[in-house]
Design a protein around this ligand. Sequence first.
Ligand code: OXD
Ligand code: MN
Length: 608
Amino acid sequence: MLMEHTMNMPPTCNTALLAWIDEAVTLCTPDRVHWCDGSDAEYQRLCDELVAHGTFTRLDPARRPNSFLARSHASDVARVEDRTFMCAQSRAEAGPTNNWADPREMKATLRGLFKGCMRGRTMYIIPFSMGPLDSPIAKIGIEITDSAYVVVNMRIMTCMGRAVLDKLGAQGTFIPCLHSVGAPLQPGQPDVPWPCEPDPQKKYIVHFPDEPSIWSYGSGYGGNALLGKKCLALRIASVVARKEGWMAEHMLILCLTSPQGTKHYICAAFPSACGKTNLAMMQPTLPGWKVTCIGDDIAWMRIGADGRLYAVNPETGFFGVAPGTSQQSNPHAMASCTRNSIFTNVALTPDGDVWWEDMGVPAPASAIDWEGKPWTPDCGRKAAHPNARFTAPAKQCPVIDPDWQNPAGVPISAILFGGRRPGTIPLVAEAFSWEHGVFMGSSAGSETTAAALGQAGILRRDPFAMLPFCGYHMGDYFAHWLSMAQRTERAKLPRVFFVNWFRKNAEGKWLWPGYGDNSRVLKWICERVDGGGKAVTTPIGNVPAPNALDVTGLQISAAALQELCSVDRERWLKEADDIAAYYATFDTHLPAALRTQLEDLRTRLAAK
Ligand code: OXD
Ligand code: MN
């Protein structure tokens, strides 16, 4: 085909890929096409171009080498869940927790939007792998984008470039991910630092799970635009995983090593703002114990040859929330972003560094805020956007686990579910069985606080922390979890626990210090896995027996410890009613085994 644009030589002879690129070029009509090779030289060149363009500000190399600040458009600051669609063949397949649109109608709408959308711009072709290239579980995606900001972020977050095309070869299959910021340029029209579609109703984050493919239009921010992360590694992967018999989960993966050198790998699923990144790379307060990090956001898990569940982190970077990250809350995240990092929507200090709220260092006397305006501590505005992010290479984390890129993954001993629950849920409870664990995950959620939303005690159920990320009917997803017990010997499955670092006393004070002291709970969990760790059985699960939690060196009263592990029957009966009402939303898709779990819970609560 004769093309009017300029293009470097396609470094592939994969016919399906070349045909798709031709189709995309014809539809989007970019001025230039660039195949990304993933090299350092390419990364540096694109960063220089972003600086020249005004999208990036280079930070002071003496303070933060090879690092940049970007400010987004004020309308483009977060994932847009209400504009995210799962276009399965039928609404029923997508289920009640997803926005659905007919795939043919949605394709027609998108073709209209993408027509000519890259005029005046460069089309970048990003070959990427989610998961180590040599892992049997890795998936190859190709993202087409007209955003250089997306390219450089994808280089940190994924295994990206030439090696991926080599792996793909002439016949390999890939997941097409088409992305545009939705801001074509007329001849002579000046560009802006952060092009995007400002009308929220014209942004579309669309998944076609049957193909599978992803089309994203109008946003350049985070999970809307870095399509390997939430779109591919969770929404599309969850659909593929169900078909292929594995699991794609919104979970951190960590390794806890005891003073004797015993290692346990643990996965944990918490909704947003519950400290997943902090737990993933925490510094234990228990002397001699060590946490190393395999991943902070996504786990792909499958049964290995020995019958155990193995987890892989499909990402190569952290895309962490900056505000609240400090030496106290997460020293290892702070160390991860000291160099080679990209900051989006944080404040710029006069000495060319970054600053955000609750960074643990005094606010600068003046700064440039995330909107590019002059800022002072008394101006009444936040300097950083609450969803400001750092993009940092995972290999820079001081406690990255030596096996973090092991293609076989790491064997999981325990799975944790958690949430922000000021009442009702104890500090930790162990499930009686796999099915009871699935029940715990399916009913997970977080309570809002008066400070945050003005409505205290409102509980938002977020099953398995997958509410925005499960690509198909949530009831069928519960069934998939249950089915794992048929794929291996039960004894080889991880133990399941519910944890709650956020329980408060009657005066509204936190009962548990959290952060590094959570290692004390992890220690008990590992003791349970190894057959020790004293527990008492309650109607809702096994909780630590008095004195079973190692609180050496911790200032905590016996009364607080007792309250933390207490189970209030009245509150739990209400909890059961609330779970029943939530389960009703899944109608006939709710697995019978979970109805039985709920009934069994009620029976245990009713028993003397
Ligand atoms: C994330 C999220 O950005 O869960 O990881 O929203
Ligand atoms: Mn996440």
